[in-house]
Ligand binder design. Structure first.
Ligand code: 8YV
Length: 324
């Protein structure tokens, strides 16, 4: 069904979304779905490109420069997810296209995931669960693990999520330091000038920085070497922030004590070499994946869409570099 005043393809769904969100987009906004097959996509764009004014997407798919180019009347990109690194904000900015995301509503769940991953990785809960299920307990106790409380934790990216992680870990008696694009004014946590320097002084390095070209491989081989054979790496941000090849090599060679990873460089692919390692916890990008948080993200996505369609303003716009 199409709302009055909307052309059939005014709202375009780009990539898969939460099923209830897809249904609402289709039934209440008359949204079309951009085909994935190249020939079908070309035919769709030939017929409807002129009509599309708003694209709704997620961090998984995003709207790239080629698609922005192909949609001459596109005015807004509404992103389900706080991370929008798959959308080309420079191309959007150059055309004056506004972009929104879903900040705040997922902060608690992603921070919970980081802390849970950290404890699981250091204490080996997932691995010891496998140990019990494999019937290995009667043959002897599970090996001793690493205490999580009272560790020194370095956080890369002290934004909303990084700060929520820091506050949680403060209650665990952890000493928190951080590296960020800019030092955070009045932060109770210790600022360190580079990822490598941060890694050298902590037991656990937690990555909570935004993805994208500016943070690509911020955690490189040298930073992993600084973290060292007794150090642990936790990543709830984007796989691109870490040099994944260097990480896999360090874990396989025993140059890192362990890693807890919710995100990967080429999702849903996970490096084969990690699958057999018990000092690594692997999650399928579930940081925000609770019923409550995903409902809140869906609600905020629709509020952005409604607001843009009625007033031309987004509720939670992201900073888009201006083209002029
Ligand atoms: C979602 C996320 O899984 O918000 C983000 O940036 O990574 C997750 O909450 C993702 O956006 C869904 O595509």
């Amino acid at each position: 069904m199409t709302s009055p005043g909307q052309t059939p393809a005014a709202v375009l769904q780009v990539g898969p979304l939460k099923p209830s969100l897809q249904d609402t987009l289709h039934t209440s906004y008359g949204a079309s779905v951009l085909p994935t097959d190249p020939a079908e996509r070309a035919a769709f764009l030939a017929a409807h490109a002129e009509d599309v004014t708003v694209a709704v997407t997620s961090g998984r798919t995003g709207v790239d420069a080629a698609l922005i180019d192909a949609l001459p009347r596109l005015a807004a990109i509404v992103n389900f997810g706080v991370g929008y690194d798959t959308t080309d904000v420079h191309a959007a900015g150059a055309r004056g296209i506004a972009v929104s995301n879903t900040p705040d509503v997922l902060t608690d769940c992603v921070a919970d995931t980081a802390v849970g991953l950290m404890i699981d990785t250091l204490r080996g809960f997932s691995a010891s669960d496998r140990f019990v299920r494999a019937g290995r307990w009667p043959a002897g106790n599970y090996p001793l693990t690493r205490q999580a409380s009272d560790t020194r934790v370095g956080i890369i990216g002290l934004g909303r999520i990084g700060s929520a992680i820091a506050h949680r870990l403060t209650a665990f008696g952890c000493a928190i330091s951080y590296h960020n694009r800019r030092q955070v004014p009045d932060s109770p946590f210790t600022y360190v000038g580079s990822p490598q320097e941060l890694a050298a002084g902590v037991d656990v390095l937690v990555v909570a920085a935004a993805g994208g070209s500016q943070t690509r491989h911020l955690v490189d081989a040298a930073t992993l070497a600084a973290l060292g054979p007794h150090g642990y790496l936790i990543n709830v941000a984007r796989g691109s922030v870490i040099d994944e090849d260097a990480l896999v090599a360090a874990l396989v060679d025993g140059r890192l004590a362990g890693a807890g990873l919710d995100v990967f460089a080429h999702e849903p692919e996970v490096p084969e070499a990690l699958l057999g390692l018990d000092n690594v916890v692997l999650l399928p990008h579930v940081g925000s994946a609770t019923v409550q948080t995903r409902a809140a993200m869906e609600d905020l996505t629709l509020r952005n869409l409604d607001s843009f369609l009625t007033s031309g303003e987004l509720v939670t716009p992201v900073p888009v570099p201006s083209g002029v």
